[in-house]
Design a protein around this ligand. Structure first.
Ligand code: PLP
Length: 443
C-alpha cells in the first residue's frame, strides 16, 4: 500500500502515534496516501501540526473553512448553542437556530428561493434535490456535465461525470445523460469563449432530443466545477442553457456545494451568470467546518414533498445551524465577497506572472478564490498529472497546502480560507514558483 510513503522514506524516524493508529484502525485503502502530518490546530489561513510547524492552508479542508479556521464568531455561536441543546431532531420539533438560518438563507439566495431543507453532507443534499425534482416535475431522467462531481452516494455518483470517482461502484442509476462541460481551455473554441458557451449549451438540446426519452426532470451542474478542475464557464453559458431548459420544462439544480458561500466573490457562484436556479444545493462553506448542507427552492417546488417523502435525523442540527448563521453574518458584515473578489484577482495575476516563466503551466483560471492552475507537458496539452502530485507534495514540504483536481489530476487547486491576506498570497505564490521551477516535465 502506498500510504505514508513519505514517512516510509524516513524509516529511522518513529511513526507518530496518530499516524500509526490511522494505519491500524482507519480505512484509508481508497486513498493513494494521507499527507504525513498530524494537524493539531488552525486559525485564519494557517494550520499547525503536532510538532508546532505551521502550514499556509490554501485548500481550506477542501474548500470548507471560508471564514477561516476556528473563526471566533462561529465558534462562540456554536459553543453558546452547545451549552443549551445539541440535538433533538429539528424535523420532529421546532428549534430556533434552524428557523433563523432558513430565514437568513431565504434572504441571501437569488430569486424566490425561500424554502430550505437541511442535511449533513453535500451528497445528502444532492440526493434530496434530485428526488424533489422528480416529485415536482413527475419526470425521471437527469442531464449532468462531463467531469462533474456531486458526491459519493449512489444518486450523486450517478449524476457525476467522472469515471475515476465512480469506479468500483457501478452500474449506476439509469436515465442520466452527460453533456460536454464548458471547458474553454480544452474546447475547440479556446479563443472564443462565447462560442464555447453557445455550443456547449446547444449540446444540451441535442442530448434532450437524441439521448433521453424526453422525460428529463432536471439538469444538474456546478456553476464553477470544483473536483473537475476549476472550470469557469463562459459568461453566456448558463443563460443559454436556461433558455433551453425552460423550453423543455426541465428544472435547473445548481450544485453550489463547493463554489457557494462567497468562494467565487459572490455569495453564490450562479450570481455571476445572471440566471436563477430552481434548486440551489449548498454544504461545505455554509458553516465554516461544521457539518451541514441544504437545498433551497421555491415554495411551489417544495410543496411537491408529501408526508413521509423525506427526512434526516441530523438535518438542521441546532449547533451546526447556529454556526452557519454566525458564519453568514460574519461574511456579510466583513464584505467577504468583495474581499474575495479582490484577493482572487490578485492571486490570479500572481499565478499568471509565474506562468510566463514556466512552460508546465498551461492555464490559470478561476473566479474569486476558486483558482485552478492546469499543468500540461506540451502544446498538445498532455496532462502533467504526476507533476501536479509532485508539486502538491513539494509544496507541503515547504509549508504550503494546495489541492490537486481535474479529470486527469493535473490541476493545482488554490482554494484558501477567504480571509487569507495579500502577503499570505505572496508567500503562497513564492513557494509555488520555486517548486514549479524544480519540477521538470516527465517524459
Ligand atoms: C460540487 C460538489 N458537490 C457535492 C459534493 C459532495 O459533498 P460531501 O463530500 O459533503 O458529501 C462535493 C464534494 O466535494 C462537491 O465538490
Amino acid at each position: 500500500m502506498e500510504m505514508n510513503k513519505d514517512l516510509a522514506k524516513d524509516s529511522n524516524k518513529p511513526v507518530p502515534d496518530t499516524i500509526q493508529k490511522y494505519r491500524d484502525y482507519v480505512i484509508t485503502e481508497f486513498l493513494k496516501s494521507v499527507a504525513p502530518i498530524v494537524i493539531a490546530s488552525g486559525t485564519g489561513a494557517v494550520i499547525t501540526d503536532t510538532q508546532g510547524r505551521e502550514y499556509l492552508d490554501c485548500f481550506a479542508g477542501i474548500s470548507v473553512v471560508n471564514a477561516g479556521h476556528c473563526n471566533p464568531e462561529v465558534i462562540a455561536a456554536a459553543r453558546a448553542q452547545m451549552e443549551k441543546l445539541v440535538h433533538c431532531s429539528s424535523y420532529l420539533y421546532h428549534v430556533q437556530p434552524t428557523a433563523d438560518l432558513a430565514e437568513k438563507i431565504a434572504q441571501i439566495t437569488p430569486g424566490g428561493l425561500t424554502k430550505s431543507f437541511f442535511g449533513s453532507s453535500g451528497a445528502e443534499a444532492i440526493e434530496g434535490a434530485l428526488k424533489l425534482a422528480r416529485l415536482y416535475t413527475g419526470k425521471h431522467e437527469f442531464i449532468a456535465l462531463q467531469g462533474s462531481f456531486h458526491g459519493r452516494s449512489y444518486g450523486a455518483l450517478s449524476v457525476s461525470g467522472n469515471w475515476a470517482r465512480k469506479k468500483g461502484g457501478g452500474p449506476y442509476a439509469a436515465g442520466v445523460s452527460f453533456a460536454p462541460a464548458p471547458h474553454v481551455y480544452r474546447s475547440f473554441w479556446r479563443n472564443d469563449p462565447e462560442e464555447c458557451g453557445r455550443q456547449c449549451a446547444k449540446a444540451i438540446e441535442d442530448i434532450i432530443l437524441f439521448a433521453t426519452s424526453g422525460d428529463v426532470a432536471a439538469f444538474i451542474a456546478e456553476p464553477v466545477m470544483g473536483e473537475g478542475g476549476i472550470i469557469t464557464p463562459p459568461p453566456n453559458y448558463f443563460r443559454e442553457v436556461k433558455k433551453i431548459l425552460d423550453r423543455h420544462g426541465i428544472l435547473f439544480i445548481a450544485d453550489e456545494v463547493q463554489c457557494g458561500f462567497a468562494r467565487t466573490g459572490k455569495m453564490f457562484a450562479i450570481e455571476h451568470f445572471g440566471v436563477v436556479p430552481d434548486i440551489l444545493v449548498t454544504a461545505k462553506g455554509i458553516a465554516d467546518g461544521f457539518p451541514l448542507s441544504a437545498f433551497t427552492t421555491r415554495p411551489e417546488i417544495a410543496a411537491a414533498f408529501k408526508p413521509g417523502d423525506h427526512l434526516s435525523t441530523f438535518g438542521g442540527n441546532p449547533v451546526c445551524c447556529a454556526a452557519a448563521l454566525a458564519n453568514i453574518k460574519y461574511m456579510e458584515r466583513e464584505n467577504l465577497c468583495g474581499y474575495t473578489a479582490a484577493m482572487g484577482d490578485y492571486a490570479i495575476s500572481r499565478f499568471r506572472e509565474i506562468q510566463r516563466d514556466n512552460s508546465l503551466i498551461g492555464d490559470v483560471r478561476g473566479l474569486g478564490l476558486m483558482i485552478g492552475i492546469e499543468l500540461v507537458k506540451d502544446a498538445m496539452l498532455t496532462p502533467a498529472s504526476a507533476e501536479a502530485e509532485e508539486v502538491r507534495d513539494a509544496c507541503l514540504r515547504q509549508g504550503l497546502l494546495v489541492g490537486v483536481g481535474g479529470i486527469n489530476g493535473n490541476v493545482i487547486r488554490f482554494q484558501p480560507p477567504l480571509v487569507i491576506s495579500r502577503s499570505q498570497i505572496d508567500q503562497a505564490a513564492g513557494i509555488l514558483s520555486k517548486v514549479l521551477q524544480e519540477v521538470a516535465p516527465k517524459k
